[in-house]
Ligand binder design. Structure first.
Ligand SMILES: *Cc1c(COP(=O)(O)O)cnc(C)c1O
Length: 389
């Protein structure tokens, strides 16, 4: 590809994240094929992992996602405000949260303990309709979820509230700790605890609509974890949950986000020229420097200083010196370039650009964090199929 071609649309932007909704739909279909016996929940928390929750939710629905999932109730209510009317669940509650609004908006809520059940019941009374509740068991993640010790009490209390018409237990669910490490002993152990929890709930008289446990890595590699519903986040955005599991292409997935900036300045400098705060990079010879107008305020990790990869003029360049709040510099090694030229930070990789996974490796994190942290100052441009075809 020719990096000296006119920059891609929107041609006037400092930087933008192109979001390929056709790729997202295709990913949803590929994931549904992986879990043929289950329905799919498209996880669109944290603004759709940085891809834009509303357009991604809409595209996922079009591709057959029966459920949407968010972390916070505010995220779920925002989807309702945007017009979504399908099954929708959120799981990260705190006391005093918008329980009543959730019940009135037909949002399924997660309950991990008695305090939450009490809030759901109070909300149901106020709303004059039952709260749809997914009871969560901690099968070993040690994060949210009811302990196995408290589970008989929680399921019995939920059943009593159900008998009073105040709640409907629509789901029983849990979450994996190490599904991205194939064969990890905790996977089978958590499944066993979940099966026991389901049996306890059945003895309490609960008959949920969906039992669910699988995140992306479990959806891709642990079929016995699929139950009635799989909750896919990162894979839907075309990113492998872990490089050890395989590449996106191995699973028929295609990265959805391409992050591009346009050079703000190109200049020739002599050897020995310090670059950016601290002057941690010094030009080894006479060279050209390209100024990339995005920085840590845009979600470019400051840890990418000296390591982050960028495609400019058909070649991989590395962040020279520190990433600043709004900009960083690449050493173009004497190549000619001009202000306005494209600098592709990451994308699907088929134009030779780095991927979000390459950035994750460069900065010692996971690709989840790379895409999710892209800041609000970077416009998301939703396209079909990508402007680059
Ligand atoms: C974020 C999240 C998911 C999705 O995980 P991925 O690995 O991105 O597929 C599923 N379930 C819960 C509870 C989550 O918090």
């Amino acid at each position: 590809m020719n990096a000296f071609a006119p920059p891609s649309a929107p041609s006037s932007s400092r930087a933008h994240a192109e979001i390929d909704l056709a790729a997202l739909r295709s990913n949803v279909r590929a994931l549904r094929d992986r879990a043929p016996g289950a329905r799919l929940m498209a996880v669109v928390k944290s603004d759709g992992y940085g891809h834009g929750a509303v357009p991604c939710a809409r595209a996922a629905r079009e591709a057959g996602a029966a459920w949407l999932g968010t972390a916070t109730p505010e995220e779920a209510l925002a989807l309702r405000a945007a017009g979504d009317t399908g099954r929708l669940m959120c799981w990260l509650w705190t006391p005093g949260g918008p329980w009543q609004q959730a019940v009135e908006s037909d949002v399924d809520v997660s309950v991990s303990g008695m305090w939450a059940l009490r809030e759901a019941v109070a909300a149901a009374r106020a709303a004059g309709r039952p709260a749809r509740v997914h009871l969560k068991i901690d099968t070993g993640l040690g994060r949210n979820g009811c302990t196995p010790a408290d589970w008989p009490g929680l399921t019995a209390a939920a059943r009593a509230a159900e008998a009073e018409g105040l709640v409907k237990v629509t789901g029983l669910w849990s979450h994996f700790a190490c599904a991205d490490e194939p064969g990890h002993a905790s996977i089978a152990a958590q499944l066993e605890v979940f099966h026991e929890a389901l049996a306890v709930a059945a003895r309490a008289g609960l008959d949920p609509e969906v039992r669910h446990m699988a995140n992306s890595p479990a959806t891709l590699t642990v079929p016995e974890s699929h139950f009635d519903l799989v909750r896919t986040g990162i894979s839907m955005y075309g990113i492998s949950p872990s490089p050890e599991l395989g590449t996106p292409a191995d699973f028929g997935l295609r990265p959805v986000m391409t992050l591009t900036a346009r050079l703000a300045l190109v200049k020739r400098v002599p050897a020995g020229h310090g670059v950016s705060y601290g002057q941690h990079y010094v030009t080894p010879g006479e060279t050209t420097l390209g100024l990339v107008p995005v920085g840590y305020a845009d979600g470019i990790p400051r840890h990418a200083s000296g390591t982050g990869p960028v495609l400019v003029g058909g070649k991989w360049r590395t962040v020279a010196g520190r990433v600043a709040m709004d900009q960083f510099v690449v050493d173009l090694g004497g190549d000619s370039a001009e202000a306005g030229d494209e600098a592709v930070l990451f994308g699907p990789g088929d134009r030779g650009e780095p991927t979000a996974e390459d950035w994750a490796r460069a900065v010692g994190t996971i690709a989840y964090e790379i895409v999710t942290r892209i800041g609000v100052r970077v416009p998301r441009v939703h396209v079909e199929g990508g402007v680059h075809g």
